[in-house]
Design a protein around this ligand. Sequence first.
Ligand code: PLP
Length: 389
Amino acid sequence: MATATIYNIVDVLKAAFPTGAPLHTPVLDGNEQDYLNQCVESTYVSSVGKFVDQFEELFAKTVGAKHAVATCSGTAALHICLRLCEVKPDDEVLLPALTFVATANAVLHCGAIPHFVDVSQDTYGIDSHSLRNYLQSATKIIDNTCVNINTGRAIKAIVPVHVFGCTVDMDPVVEVAKEFHLKVIEDAAEALGSMYKDHHVGTLSDISAFSFNGNKIVTAGGGGAIVTNNEKLAKIAKHITTTAKISHPWEYIHDQQGFNYRMPNINAALACAQLERLDQFIKNKNFLYQQYLELFAPIPSASIFCAPDFCTPNHWLINLVLEDDIAPYQQELLENLCEQKIQARPPWRCLHKLDFLKSCPHMDLPVSEKLQGNTISLPSSSHQKLQLD
Ligand SMILES: *Cc1c(COP(=O)(O)O)cnc(C)c1O
């Protein structure tokens, strides 16, 4: 019975994608070519140029924040966000077990230790209830610092990640963070265009990070951005991502350890053209999402994930959720779709299961583990259409 349902899902997707489909590919049919030509003609292809400034301005406006600083990757942006929140070597940082590995890598780049918390199946993001219960039993507050009773280390910050374009239920998470003296840094890499209540993601914390990698809703080829309403933080972010050089007509003077994390102008040119199309990309993805709802409505034991009312998602990746009876066949389903050249993907292997992270502290993670095993991301490019009869 369960395997019959699996083959039913494969058949339905085969009919919708007769020649297969990629998971997510960029659409570059706006001003991309034009801006790239302008960039090459100007010879300003590298670390300075008008497209970087233009992109930072347009990006801040798009997300409704005062400042945006462009970087060479989302991971670099996160690293700087954590540094600006004074995450130091040997501190711990809370993050979900169900996220892309880059979130944990950015913590490690600070010399700090990732500490994994569980997520909610309503959002795939951090769950404030289990978080509060856990922190009440596993930490104590000493001199306004949250201390892990087990390790004796300070827990400095928490990184809610808006995965797949669905938003974390931020209000209660921010409340718990306040209670436990934690800085909040949003990892909004996957959620450009997603709204939590009336606010764009990335503006619900002190500072946040976005990514423009090739698989994201808007791409710079590679790139990222730091977003904040705090002018002082924005200035430091710009300064240390550009080698901490003091402005001077000819001298090279650097006032602290810095990073070469800037976004090259040629990437910014691509990013400007892409960002102009964001509304259209979301509109198209919303249409695709409606098509998927229709496609799976008659299928038992599987349904398309729907975001809660407080979230207006960008539908970056559209997910199919398998009920308990067919979830054990997730790998079989993936294998069959792979044979049909339909690129479907499970969520990331939970981070506490990766060899290099398995000694990191974590709470019980039943929901993260369940979602890893019962979810499949479906082809979700903004130019993708399903063939429905
Ligand atoms: C893509 C991504 C990142 C990292 O962005 P890069 O630009 O690839 O460095 C971080 N966090 C999440 C959740 C991501 O999906």
